[in-house]
Write a protein that binds this ligand. Structure first.
Ligand SMILES: O=c1nc[nH]c2c1ncn2[C@H]1C[C@H](O)[C@@H](COP(=O)(O)OP(=O)(O)OP(=O)(O)O)O1
Ligand SMILES: [Mg+2]
Length: 206
């Protein structure tokens, strides 16, 4: 792997999602940058009111950077299902809640299966957009995206990962994302791909 020098030694991870934090600690481990989850700095969760991943990612990164005075990395991600016209998309974390249910991964998975009942088109795509700001008013944030194609399984399988992983089935791997070893997911996921894109940009701008 190419080693890159980060232009800073510490950054805030602008996320409260334990699954994402775990994946990022793996992705960032080789780069010798100290990663501080925003909760460790008592930073509140930012609002995510926008209809695009990029706007939400940037707003989360700016919020954490403003509160901490440090560079910040944010991830806005979700699952886009073809037969549902791209839903739940940017609303993935609030999918069941917006339909009157609770805000949890389990409720989201149950709701997704109900929405797809009887549908044969199960194609879906995970999307991750990353935003890295050097400071809160950074006029030139680094932005990268990754996509990961899969299909929605009929029943959940696997215990690794988080979110929709038990339903995200990968023909090439012969299993769901929740059945993948975490290290494998971190090689091939939407988040891993976006991270590689961001690193490439850092290499150009560092
Ligand atoms: O690799 C993934 N494996 C499974 N599910 C995933 C993945 N990547 C995104 N997802 C789902 C989880 C959540 O339902 C939504 C992200 O929502 P999103 O607002 O970006 O994150 P969040 O609210 O959980 O944490 P935070 O905003 O603090 O980073 O997409
Ligand atoms: Mg969120």
């Amino acid at each position: 792997m190419m080693t890159l020098q980060f232009p800073f030694s510490r950054l805030v991870l602008a996320s409260n999602n334990a699954g994402k934090l775990k994946e990022f600690s793996g992705l960032l481990a080789p780069y010798g940058v100290e990663v501080l989850p925003q909760a460790a700095l008592q930073i509140s969760e930012a609002e995510e009111p926008y209809p695009t991943f990029i706007e939400n990612a940037l707003t989360k990164a700016r919020h954490a950077s403003r509160a901490s005075g440090l560079p910040a990395l944010a991830d806005d991600s979700g699952l886009c299902v073809q037969a549902l016209d791209g839903a739940p998309g940017v609303y993935s974390a609030r999918y069941a809640q917006r339909a009157g249910g609770e805000k949890s991964d389990t409720a989201n998975n149950v709701h997704l299966l109900a929405q797809l009942a009887g549908r044969t088109d199960r194609q879906a795509c995970y999307v991750a957009v990353l935003a890295l700001v050097r400071h809160a008013e950074d006029p030139l944030p680094l932005v990268a995206q990754g996509l990961w194609q899969g299909e929605i399984a009929e029943v959940p399988r696997g215990t690794h990962g988080f979110g929709y992983d038990p339903l995200f089935s990968l023909a090439s791997e012969g299993c769901t994302a929740a059945e993948l070893e975490p290290g494998r997911k971190n090689q091939i996921s939407h988040r891993a791909l976006a991270w590689q894109q961001l690193l490439a940009q850092l290499g150009q701008t560092a």
